[in-house]
Ligand binder design. Sequence first.
Ligand SMILES: Cc1ncsc1CCOP(=O)(O)O
Ligand SMILES: C=C1C=NC(C)=NC1=N
Ligand SMILES: [Mg+2]
Length: 213
Amino acid sequence: MKQQELEEYLSLYFIMGSVNCSQDPVEVLKQAIDGGITLFQYREKGEGALQGNEKYRLGEKLKKVCLNAGIPFIINDDVNLGIALDADGIHVGQDDEAAHTVQQKMGNKILGVSTHTIAEARKAVFDGADYIGVGPIFPTRSKDDANKVQGIQILQQFREQQITLPMVGIGGITAANAKQVIDAGANGVSVISAIAGADNVKQAALQLKSKVL
Ligand SMILES: Cc1ncsc1CCOP(=O)(O)O
Ligand SMILES: C=C1C=NC(C)=NC1=N
Ligand SMILES: [Mg+2]
């Protein structure tokens, strides 16, 4: 996929698993798509997350929704699930399978890597990542083992250090702070609770979308 095309997909990158939703996850995804999300990551993780066949079956349903909407479907962490579901890409953290082996397994699928330091960002570039997730930018309650809060300056620092790879900010991003994340140099924002936890999911996505365009 061309860098320019991927940068557009990264504009409003919704991440969600059953743990993050009070409503049916399939309905939440449909409403988020109606609200204008541009990319989706299935991240089934944390207390009470689905496992095995249940995880696979929900993934299958969510992938179908993305396929119908023309939205790329990314799997978090679980490379085998990504391959089994023929996902459009995989997102891995520093403690997951190494990016370069995932690249080999997934062929020319989208490869995203979580980074928290300039060294990790440079390694992700070297390993062939297509984009990097950078954060947590603001305090977050959606990841219990999140690294320390970085603020938007980490995004500015990465650009100053000539990291030109597409990148999204993640962590505590809402309609109130999304614009600063873009102004600091991110190509888009990654969001879990501001959309998945909203009473009106479609409205929440629409509001965020208006801040990142
Ligand atoms: C997966 C992840 N990585 C860094 S913070 C985070 C959680 C983001 O969730 P929220 O958008 O609800 O703060
Ligand atoms: C931890 C993460 C960081 N960034 C992105 C985009 N996804 C993740 N799961
Ligand atoms: Mg991970």
